[in-house]
Design a protein around this ligand. Structure first.
Ligand SMILES: *Cc1c(COP(=O)(O)O)cnc(C)c1O
Length: 459
């Protein structure tokens, strides 16, 4: 629709109240949480933009499907419904539900990974990398150079660098040490940037030439397909579903977190064409997730996932989804806030290093901004920078992350345009006093994944 106002393509029939807090409340809450937003109770947050994972709102039809969920241990009807929807969309032969994306990754890489093996990807998501490295395999990132430049306006910054991929394949020819090649759509760790249909096809062709199976990390396949429709020459007249079907027609298998583009609160999928691999997956799945027709989920979860996968390729939904994320980004750019561009599908990333240039990386400018947004308007965002990824070398010297970002992830179908306008207004207020924002320092940290539980203080 060609209107200025973004209209949410749904109306609301069930509401969840939000709790207002005062600036004084928030100051106390933040101090008690030691300036770490993970340590704040969700009830004390007004607008929660921590993640788009598992935070979406299900439709009335999904809830209705949950009531119909078949809870039989083996062969439940909800599994067959899910299988039918996934096969229609992807054409992949063997479909295994799992409790979430990382469970699919664990099963897959436990089978194909191991010492001396290499798994290339555009950019591995952190759980993917961790599951690969846990088997002592190497997780290699081969995204195009534009994908690493925050200001490049390339329309498909998630593309695989095919020159580098071919070089890797050639160097390892005959060694049998690349069990598969992954491609993450959209490229989450690279700012939610899409991969073009052309690049997906060419990656597949290159894999085929070297006889390497081609897999997708398909968490945001529908958002990626919508970007293809609106940005890639020759694609605008096709339906998103058709584009999705073409994308998956190139894949020999995929991993999937249903907490993203299946708009459910929990669940995942692992799907493969190869019969022998499917047999191994089935055995491991029974051992650790559950019988293959439920895979660690309730029948009702499978039913809701099947319905979510029907809804996520609806174009009214995707238009609203991509436009509303873009709306937030454009308004922040107008205020003068530097962002990672083009604006991705599921989140807006603020370049906190250039925005708060008076705060050095060792005082975590992204985290400082996250705290300020909470104090000003009860907004929760997440730092993706030196607080999350920075470390100290053996001599105790600080090593910064390559970027200092603040991510505002947008849950699916949860917030309205006025909620987003409120977020923009909070940014305007923060902007007016940005030079007074103080950095933070760590006062207590755990041995790993420190961003979840470290305690911080103002510098
Ligand atoms: C979320 C995500 C995963 C992991 O899925 P979980 O359901 O959180 O375990 C893997 N890859 C990508 C790209 C993701 O965004």
């Amino acid at each position: 629709m060609n209107f200025k106002t973004i209209i949410e393509p749904f109306r609301i029939k069930m509401v969840e109240p939000l709790r207002m807090t005062t600036p004084k409340d928030r100051k106390e809450i933040l101090e008690k949480a030691h300036y770490n937003l993970f340590l704040i109770k969700a009830k004390d947050i007004l607008i929660d933009l921590l993640t788009d994972s598992g935070t979406g709102a299900m439709s009335a039809r999904q809830w209705a499907k949950m009531i119909e969920g078949d809870e039989s241990y083996a062969g439940c009807e909800s599994y067959y419904e899910l299988e039918e929807v996934v096969k229609d969309l992807t054409g992949i032969k063997h479909i295994f539900p799992t409790h979430q994306g990382r469970a699919s990754e664990r099963i897959l890489f436990q089978i194909v990974g191991g010492p001396e093996t290499i798994i290339p990807n555009n950019t591995h998501f952190d759980t993917t990398r961790a599951n690969i490295e846990y088997t002592k395999a190497e997780a290699l990132d081969l995204v195009i150079e534009e994908g690493k430049d925050p200001q490049s306006d390339h329309p498909f910054k998630g593309n695989m660098d095919l020159v580098k991929l071919e070089k890797l394949f050639k160097e390892n020819e005959g060694k049998n040490n690349i069990p598969l090649c992954l491609l993450t759509i959209t490229n989450n760790s690279g700012g939610g940037q899409p991969v073009s249909l052309k690049n997906i096809k060419e990656t597949k062709e290159l894999c085929e030439k070297f006889k390497i199976p081609f897999f997708l990390d398909a968490c945001r396949f529908a958002e990626n397909a919508y970007f293809i429709k609106i940005r890639e020459p020759g694609q605008s007249d096709r339906s998103v579903k058709e584009i999705c079907q073409e994308i998956f027609s190139y894949a020999d298998g995929f991993t999937f977190s249903a907490k993203k583009d299946a708009i459910v609160n929990i669940g995942g999928l692992l799907a493969v064409n190869n019969d022998e691999l499917a047999g191994k997956i089935q055995n491991l799945e029974i051992l650790t997730e559950g019988y293959p027709t439920y895979g660690g989920l309730a029948g009702r979860d499978l039913a809701a996932m099947a319905q979510g996968l029907r809804e996520v390729v609806e174009e009214d939904y995707l238009e609203y989804r991509i436009k509303s994320t873009n709306y937030l980004g454009q308004k922040l750019l107008e205020i003068g806030i530097p962002l990672l561009t083009p604006i991705g599908g599921h989140a807006v990333y603020v370049d906190a290093k250039s925005y708060l240039s008076h705060i050095p990386p060792e005082q975590f400018p992204g985290q400082a901004l996250a705290c300020e947004l909470y104090l000003e308007g009860g907004i929760r965002s997440v730092e993706i920078g030196s607080f999350m990824f920075g470390k100290n070398d053996d001599a105790g010297n600080f090593i910064a992350s390559s970027m200092e970002l603040l991510r505002l992830a947008i849950p699916r179908r949860v917030y309205t345009q006025s909620h987003i306008d409120f977020v923009i207004e909070v940014f305007e207020r923060v902007h007016a006093k940005k030079d007074k924002i103080r950095g933070v320092k760590i006062v207590e940290e755990p041995p790993f994944l420190r961003h979840f539980s470290s305690k911080l203080a103002l510098t």
